[in-house]
Write a new protein. Structure first.
Length: 75
């Protein structure tokens, strides 16, 4: 997943606020960031802006569905 512009970033942050549980970013280098943690959120979002190969994981089905809706809006 990759964030490409300010509108996508705002929508992604709004989506994260709706998530109840951990949302993890895994970078190609093996770094992992929990986007629900305030400090790790900025590091994780920076990796989503800078790489096409960053992976995103939700720890609950409900949060996963919110992320899928985000992806549908930005496709």
């Amino acid at each position: 997943m990759k964030i490409c512009n300010k509108d996508e970033l705002r929508l992604f942050e709004d989506t994260l606020e709706q998530c109840e549980n951990s949302v993890l970013v895994l970078t190609p280098e093996g770094d992992q960031f929990d986007l629900k943690d305030p400090l790790e959120r900025y590091q994780g979002i920076a990796s989503l802006i800078g790489s096409d190969y960053t992976e995103l994981y939700a720890s609950s089905h409900e949060d996963e569905m919110k992320l899928f809706r985000y992806l549908q809006k930005t496709a």
